[in-house]
Design a binder for this molecule. Structure first.
Ligand code: 3H9
Length: 736
């Protein structure tokens, strides 16, 4: 029988433990994932004292209730006053327990959870358990001894890879690299037996059990001594951090900790160093920004006016219309989540091509060791295809992913409504068309929704969920649940032009283009914004997307180019469409995506500037960053005040996961809060005066919040959150 230590976050429940065959079994129970909240720490500490004091207890088994062993420190406690017993006091008690302690890893063991296990003498795991030190994703380092203990088990190189990537390591691999001792069938029972077996062993050897030595990770020095004097591992780690975690503070701190583990003779000195470096992370603004996104992503899945208990549909099979880049990528998302998916195209050649791209993507993953050939066969086997709409009739959701043409989408949705079973959801991957108009051609508008995936859909995490006027709660709740299953960061937007992301992007790229017109050059603007932390500057991005999209749309409509689009349109007249024509704002060599300067464009810039009355001037990097980022913030504030986004953090989640905004700045809205809204307004006014551009007219919401000393947070409550917001049919993307 399993014993229990019951502690919840609010310390409502008293601690207790139970004994089985002389073994104290302590079960952490802090649902849903057992973080080490104040009450858990106190409970664990008290239970260890009790087990030590009880002469009938021979050893301790520590496990977790539910799907987690322990998911780490309680993230919500960071940045506040931590009460009660500290984690490191608990770890000290655990490591120095006078009786052997076995960590019975029943499930998730992350961060402080794995660090807890590393303080135990033995680690047994269920085959489905996984471990990891993902603190880096929160702007932190493993501050419970993880940076000192993990390298002692795995070696510095493997430990650094784990800590810098924050990856989850499955039990089998954890066994192979030395983190756990054994994978077992019934983790708690087998851990109890393990202790009893140790007693037997002692008896057979004529030894007293109380005198038996049990291994401690802190004493394993061989791997640290081996690494001493060899800088290669640390240099590799620095290169890894520079590549994958550009601009982040915590990775460098992690490397310094491991350097201490390698070079210091005294384990406790290493722990002390870790404590100092951890504190620096804790106090760093990046920690607050990244934790804001951790909770922001989880909050985004909760829709304020959709009851928590809304029932969701079970999605057993998905259909995709269109086998192009988006359709193929979306199909992969479903297959990767283990959901069978059927793709329809109207053209056999397109379909064959699309399916072979999917297969190649999976083969590429096999080549990189991300999938075994068997796994590839299994996952690719979930993808089927045909030319007939009848073949998606049994799907629970069908997602249309064809090019952006409203008439075509109307036709497709009419067909889907006819062929697909009555209770299935019909979704459109539109990036800017009116979902209500699409829904209106069906007999089930309440089951129509926008699911805007980002390219490449199998890699990008953002899923913008567009809520139509009639979209039902059940449809929305189902899409949010499926988003989680597909491992997406799903965010709800009302059906309004540009939704959340593209509307903000429009203001941002327009300002980058204005800066070009006023005198800055594309590479200067790109470099300034990339130094700020964006993955890719706006001109590299526009070259990647293609300058011709907006230009063609404007030509078709006979509209004159707006000021900000004049230079781009002129480049298109010269057949400079971006990467696709090897020339745009930059030049590209055959087969390469690396941008090279294009000095031949400068005469065009001069000409267009002067034709439009601009005297080109030197523009500082500070002005570039300020103007582009302020345009994002101001538009974001309007989006929030209109209720298009539910909360400021949703906008941050969109911009980080879909548009390459640096996570360590917490997104544009968090960045605005961190700057101070009064400073934001001051700067907006300043640039409004310099440019005469109303883009910088501070949003009413910003003014109001700043006046009250408040921050961007929840959208104001609206009586009808679903109300339609004047939808212009032109896609915002056409305005680039
Ligand atoms: C650390 O350990 C520092 C130490 O080294 C040193 C200190 C000195 N705390 O994600 P889900 C909540 S840093 C508090 O939807 P899933 C989460 O907010 C920590 N709350 O489930 C959500 O709440 P709600 C290192 C937490 O199954 C609910 O649990 N550890 C924590 O998709 C369900 O979460 C990590 O970074 C926490 N530690 O994924 C692990 N974890 O329902 C962070 C979760 O109100 N956690 N919650 O929205 C995760 O990666 C995922 O949550 C996990 C489960 C994989 C565990």
């Amino acid at each position: 029988m399993k014993g229990t230590v019951l502690y919840d976050v609010r310390r409502k429940l008293a601690g207790l433990y139970e004994k089985t065959d002389g073994v104290a079994v302590l079960t952490v129970d802090n649902p849903p994932v057992n973080p080490l909240s104040d009450g858990v720490r106190t409970g664990l500490y008290d239970a260890l004292v009790k087990a030590e004091e009880d002469p009938t207890v021979i050893g301790v088994v520590l496990t977790g209730n539910g799907r987690a062993f322990i998911a780490g420190a309680d993230i919500s406690e960071f940045g506040g006053n931590v009460e009660g017993i500290s984690l490191n006091e608990v770890f000290h008690k655990l490591e120095n327990c006078s009786k052997p302690v076995v960590a019975a890893l029943n499930g998730i063991a992350l961060g402080g959870g794995l660090e807890t296990a590393l303080c135990c003498n033995y680690r047994l795991a269920d085959k489905n358990a996984f471990v990891g030190l993902p603190e880096v994703n929160l702007g932190l380092l493993p501050g419970g001894g993880g940076t000192q203990r993990l390298p002692r088990l795995t070696g510095a190189s493997e430990a650094l890879k784990m800590m810098l990537s924050g990856s989850h390591v499955p039990a089998k691999k954890a066994l192979d690299i030395g983190i756990i001792d054994k994978i077992v069938e019934n983790v708690v029972e087998d851990s109890i037996d393990f202790i009893i077996h140790l007693v037997d062993l002692c008896e057979r050897m004529g030894m007293k059990f109380s005198e038996m030595d049990h291994p401690k990770v802190r004493d394993k020095n061989e791997k640290m001594l081996e690494a001493r004097g060899d800088d290669k591992v640390l240099l590799e780690a620095q290169a890894m951090a520079a590549k994958g975690r550009k601009g982040q503070f915590a990775p460098g701190q992690i490397i310094k900790c491991v350097e201490s583990a390698i070079n210091l003779d005294d384990f406790d000195e290493g722990l002390k160093k870790e404590g100092e470096y951890f504190l620096e992370c804790l106090l760093h603004p990046q920690r607050e920004a990244m934790i804001h996104i951790f909770f922001g992503e989880r909050a985004a899945s909760k829709i304020s006016d959709v009851p928590k208990e809304t029932k969701t549909k079970d999605i057993k099979k998905a259909g995709i219309i269109g086998s192009g880049t988006m359709g193929g990528g979306i199909a992969m998302c479903f297959a990767n989540a283990g959901i069978p998916v059927h793709i329809i195209d109207q053209d056999q050649d397109n379909l064959t091509k699309g399916i072979s791209v999917i297969e190649k993507n999976y083969e590429f993953m096999v080549g990189r060791g991300k999938l075994t050939p068997e796994q590839k066969d299994a996952v690719f086997g979930l993808v089927t295809s045909s030319l007939d709409y009848k073949d998606v009739s049994d799907c629970d959701i069908v997602i249309e992913a064809v090019y952006e043409n409203l008439e075509l989408k109307h036709e497709i949705f009419k067909s889907l409504d006819e062929h697909v079973k009555e209770d299935a959801i019909l979704a459109s991957n539109t990036s800017g068309l009116d979902i209500d108009s699409i829904a209106s051609v069906t007999n089930r508008p309440e089951m129509v929704v926008g699911t805007h995936f980002f390219s490449p859909a199998n890699i990008m995490r953002l899923l913008e969920v567009v809520r139509g006027e009639k979209t039902s709660d059940e449809t929305l709740a189902t899409i949010m649940a499926i988003g989680k299953k597909l491992k997406k960061a799903a965010v709800v937007s009302l059906n309004a032009p540009g939704f959340i992301g593209n509307r903000m992007l429009f203001g941002y790229t327009a300002q980058a283009n204005m800066l070009l017109l006023e005198g800055a050059l594309p590479h200067q603007i790109d470099q300034a914004l990339e130094s700020f932390g964006l993955n890719m500057g706006p001109f590299r991005m526009m070259d990647l997307v293609g300058l011709d999209l907006g230009w063609r749309a404007r030509k078709l409509s006979g509209k004159e180019s707006p000021l900000h689009a004049k230079i781009g349109d002129e480049l298109c007249e010269q057949n400079r469409f971006g990467q696709k024509s090897s020339a745009g704002y930059y030049n590209y060599s055959e087969g390469s995506r690396a941008p090279n300067p294009a000095p031949e464009n400068e005469a065009t810039y001069e000409k267009i500037s002067s034709e439009n009355g601009f005297v080109r001037r030197d523009i500082s990097d500070e002005e570039i960053v300020d103007r582009c980022i302020l345009a994002l913030i101001n538009e974001g504030a309007d989006i929030l005040s209109e209720g298009v986004a539910q909360r400021a953090a949703d906008i941050d989640v969109v911009y980080i996961n879909g548009y390459g905004f640096p996570i360590w700045r917490g997104g544009p809205m968090h960045h605005a809060n961190a700057m101070g809204l009064d400073v934001v307004i001051e700067k907006l006014e300043k640039y409004r005066e310099i440019t005469g551009n109303d883009v910088y007219k501070p949003s009413e919401m910003l003014i109001k919040l700043a006046k009250n000393g408040e921050k961007l947070g929840e959208a104001p409550q609206k009586e009808d959150r679903k109300s339609k917001l004047g939808f212009e049919m032109s896609s915002v993307a056409n305005n680039f």
